[in-house]
Design a protein around this ligand. Structure first.
Ligand code: ZN
Ligand code: ZN
Length: 261
């Protein structure tokens, strides 16, 4: 049965369409579960503010709007409310305090930066050094160990020119993710917009390791949920590798609460 746990809204300022349009597109596409995971607010020091996220003051209204739709469409589709979130160790505690009253259903990790964003804001677009590539893996794994995340979005967003090194690092990454029972997302938007991910080297590694795989639309416009051709192409690619994406029932939805240490 079709589902999607990676849906954005206009609040992040680079997605379009109303919340209702996403819900109706998902129903039309035959989905039984639609999860919203818009780019969450982040609280940076030094006055830095990222331009591609929801503002903190929009968060309550985001949740309210989706709760109303959840109720209204409950006979047609199950709506889950979450965020796509980076793991910035020094900011994470404050972030978790901020989201507590929102009572989100889940979060996915979308790590677009190594270290943090406010000091080196364009990192994701560059080819990181060997050390920084390893840091990406260390940092995401540390974040996932908090237990606050349901899966990792575009785990192959990291680029590296050294394919031997990359394959080895991604194989290690996949093994760790499997051990933690964290599904890896095959990002349909990356395929659709011909980004540098999905990266075939990563997906070969994931096939060998036997990771749990989720297909994520990463929808930034309602119509994307209706593009059957992209879904079919991604599914076909994974199947050829021997990968069958898991059903929704096999995704362990984790409530984003910090584990008591
Ligand atoms: Zn986005
Ligand atoms: Zn996303």
């Amino acid at each position: 049965m079709r589902y999607n746990l990676h849906t954005h809204t206009y609040r992040c300022r680079h997605a379009s369409g109303s919340d209702r349009e996403y819900v109706e597109a998902a129903i039309k596409a035959g989905m039984k579960t639609l999860g919203f995971a818009d780019h969450c607010p982040q609280f940076f020091p030094n006055g830095y503010y990222s331009t591609f996220r929801m503002r903190p003051e929009a968060a309550a209204e985001y949740v309210e709007s989706l709760r109303a739709l959840k109720k209204e469409y409950k006979d047609d589709i199950d709506i889950l409310i979450g965020f796509e979130t980076e793991y910035y160790p020094e900011l994470f505690g404050k972030f978790m305090e901020f989201i507590e009253p929102l009572e989100l259903d889940y979060m996915i990790m979308g790590q677009h930066f190594i270290h943090n964003e406010y000091e080196v804001p364009d990192y994701y677009a560059s080819n990181p050094s060997y050390d920084d590539a390893k840091q990406y893996v260390r940092q995401t794994l540390e974040g996932l160990r908090t237990g606050a995340f349901t899966y990792i979005a575009h785990p192959d967003i990291l680029r590296h020119e050294d394919s031997v090194f990359y394959r080895e690092l991604m194989t290690y990454f996949c093994r760790q993710l499997k051990e933690m029972n964290i599904p890896v997302e095959y990002n349909i938007l990356g395929y659709r917009n011909k980004k540098w991910y999905p990266n075939p080297i990563f997906w070969q590694a994931a096939a060998e390791v036997g990771n749990k795989v989720v297909l994520g639309y990463d929808a930034h416009e309602p119509g994307a949920l209706l593009e059957q051709n992209h879904f079919d192409a991604c599914m076909g690619y994974l199947n050829a590798l021997g990968i069958t994406p898991v059903n929704f029932e096999d995704v362990e939805i984790r409530k984003p609460v910090l584990k008591v240490r």
